[in-house]
Structure formats: C-alpha cells, structure tokens
Ligand binder design. Structure first.
Ligand code: LLP
Length: 385
C-alpha cells in the first residue's frame, strides 16, 4: 500500500483511525475473483468478521462476492448493504434462536451447522415459520493448519464441527426432519495459513468423504472449504495481495467436485488485511536506562491482535527520514501487553510523528473496544480524504 501520498492529509486529521486504500481493495477483489474462476460454479464469500466496513461491503457486493456471517447482526448488516439472503452463509457454533430467525426471515443460502441440537432447533424454528432451511454440515477434518494454536480450528480437540464418524448419521437425521434439507459440506481448518500443503490435505480428505457419502446414495449440492488464506505480515508492501492463484490452483488440482456442485470459500484476512492501516500519532518518546519507548495514541483497545496472539505487524514512521534507532512501540494504557512491537527499528522518532501500523484491515476495527471510555476509533477510506 502506497501511504506516502496521503501524508499531508493524515497530518490534518485527528488520530488514531483506520485507513483503507480503496484502490488496493479493488485490486484485491479483482485478483481473487479472477483466480477463483479457475473453479466452475465458485463463489467467494467475504468473512464479515474480519471487516464489516460499509464501503468495503459495498465494493465487495459490486464485485459479485457473497457473505459469510457469524451473527444475526452480520446478516442484518449485509442485507442493509444490498446483499440478498441467497448470498449469505451463516456459520457459528452457538447461534441463538433470535439469530436463526434472522437467517430464516432472510431466506439465507444455508446454515453451516456444528451439532445435532442446532439442527433440531433450526428445524423447529423453520417449521414455525413455514420454511425449509438449507443445512451445510461443518465437518471437523482433523487437519493441522500449522498456524498459531489460537487460530487452529480443524483438529479433533477443537470445539468446531462434527466429527467424521458422525457425519452420515447426522445427514440421516436431517433427512428425517421435515423443515431442513441437507445441502452441503463445510470446512474451516484455521486462519493465517501459509502452508498450502494443508489445503491439498483438505482436498484429499473431502474427496474421501464424498466417496463415502456417494456409497450411501447421499447427494451433496455444495462444498465450502472455509477461509484461512494467510497474508504476508513481514513484507506487506512487497506482497500487498494474497496468493489467490496458488490457493485456487490447489483446489482446482486436487478437489474432485461433481459437475452439479457449487464451490464456496469464505475468506476474511486475505480479502481485507493488506489495504488497511492503523494510523496513530506519537504522543511522547520516553527514554529509560535500557529502552526507548515511542508512545502512541492507539493501544490494544483499538487493535487487539498484538495482545491476543503476539501478532507481528510492520510499523513505519511516515513523517521522519532521520537515521534509524530502536524503539518499543507502545500504547498508553496500564497493561504490559499494550505493545505494538518490541525493539523495532524506526527512523528517529519524535512527538507528533505519524506511525502507520500495516496489514491492519483484518480483525482490526471489528475487534476494537471502548476500554477506558475512549470513543470508538474511526475508519476513513482513501475516497474520503
Ligand atoms: N470461516 C470460518 C468458519 C471462520 O471461523 C473464519 C475465521 C473464517 C471463515 C475467515 O478466516 P480467515 O480467512 O480470515 O482466516 N482474530 C483472529 C482470527 C480469527 C479467525 C476466526 N475465524 C486473528 O486476527 O488472527
């Protein structure tokens, strides 16, 4: 993302704020769409949990993407942004009755379900509304995504999905209920996946599952392989767009889809991380005997990931080109985990400098809080400058 052209404008704006570069957003969508077309009948769903900014939703809709929602609120916001129910898949291990009703009211594409009790409740509620709900079963394929343990979701010990051994009985259960239809299979093995071999393993596993289901005369209409494609947090400027080509190429090569089947994926990070930056100002530079701290006006209340996963995000000083020094880049609050980076190299930094924390478009603003009575951080797009 090219931020230097915005520096003069950033200087005039109260910090901190999230900034989204719409040119890069459009390029990202174009590239994802282009490579997904390798696979017939494919739809990319934006995992709204990563970013649900209105402008981003609007461009994503125009580009023909669908939505992966994980709450009633996300479904409602997607509908407000012009998506139709038939473009929305609804996932989540703990959907409430109220949320299920929002899905039913909007005739969503499918409920990605994770347990038998959930199927029973959806059936009861659908019956009361006189509707039939499409059910995709989230299968836990027991595949290690080789990513941070907090964002690994496809192992037997994780709370997600239905175990392979329970799949056929679960489909039979759906077939025996009046107001739910078995629609498809859903998978999601984790997030920030860079080891593409995992997706090959997933494809091969799905092939085996399909084979077993066909042996039982079970027809599957849709295959949803989830999200998880990672981005380059180390070198975001060199790699501003995720490797959509390799991702789709692997499924094209290894996943054996049947001619009538639709293919879905639900990407969050890969569609949103790299065109977002957290723009923050240096409040003070504080030197101690051992360290030099650049204290900025954003903290973990606005960007939670550092504290949650010790995530690495590149930080750059947009307003200094002096010789480099070592800093701990920290927020203002009384928590030792309120830190954006330890011993990072920045050009000599002073009060008032503007720092951009890169790759902040995914799981940034959506997870921000109002801790310490701070007003919620704003989002500004390049079109609004
Ligand atoms: N589908 C399902 C069922 C998911 O649970 C997730 C993310 C996605 C799709 C989108 O995954 P993505 O393409 O963004 O990897 N806050 C954490 C990430 C949590 C991911 C949760 N699930 C982080 O920033 O690392």
């Amino acid at each position: 993302m090219e931020l230097t052209k915005y520096i003069e404008k950033f200087k005039k704006i109260e910090t901190p704020f999230y900034f989204y570069d719409i040119d890069l957003l459009r390029q990202t969508l174009r590239e994802a769409q282009l490579h997904s077309q390798m696979i017939a009948n494919s739809t990319i769903h934006l995992a709204m949990k990563a970013n649900c900014n209105e402008t981003i939703l609007s461009y994503t809709k125009k580009a023909g993407f669908g939505i992966d929602a994980v709450s009633g609120g996300e479904i409602s916001r997607a509908i407000q942004s012009g998506f139709t129910g038939s473009q929305i898949a609804f996932a989540g291990v703990g959907k409430t009755d109220k949320e299920i009703l929002i899905g039913l009211d909007n005739d969503i594409l499918c409920f990605n379900v994770e347990s038998v009790p959930e199927i029973e409740i959806i059936n009861t509620l659908a019956k009361a509304c006189g509707k039939t709900a499409h059910i995709a079963i989230r299968v836990n394929p027991n595949i290690d995504a080789h990513t941070h343990k907090n964002i690994t979701t496809g192992l037997n010990e994780n709370k997600f999905g239905i175990a392979l051994e329970d799949l056929i009985p679960t489909i039979r259960k759906i077939q025996n209920l009046s107001n739910v239809d078995y629609y498809g299979l859903h998978f999601h093995i984790g997030s920030q996946i860079l080891d593409m071999e995992c997706y090959k393993q997933l494809s091969l596993k799905i092939n085996n599952i399909q084979h077993a289901l066909e042996g039982e005369q079970i027809q599957t209409s849709s295959i949803n392989i989830g999200g998880g494609l990672g981005v380059d947090y180390e070198h975001p400027q060199e790699h501003p767009i995720a490797d959509f080509y390799t991702y789709f190429r692997i499924f094209k090569e290894y996943l054996q889809l049947r001619p009538h089947q639709t293919f879905h994926c639900e990407l969050g990070r890969a569609l949103t991380a790299q065109y977002g930056a957290l723009i923050t100002r240096v409040t003070f530079v504080k030197k101690t005997r051992n360290k030099q701290f650049a204290i900025v006006d954003a903290g973990f209340f606005f960007f939670f990931l550092f504290s949650l996963y010790q995530a690495h995000h590149k930080a750059i000083n947009l307003t200094s080109d002096k010789p480099c020094e070592k800093y701990d880049l920290v927020g203002p609050i009384c928590e030792s985990t309120d830190i954006f980076g330890e011993d990072i190299i920045l050009p000599q930094t002073q009060r008032g400098d503007i720092i951009a924390i890169l790759s902040a478009g995914a799981y940034g603003h959506v997870m921000a809080s109002q801790y310490n009575c701070r007003p919620l951080i704003r989002e500004i797009t390049s079109e609004q400058l």
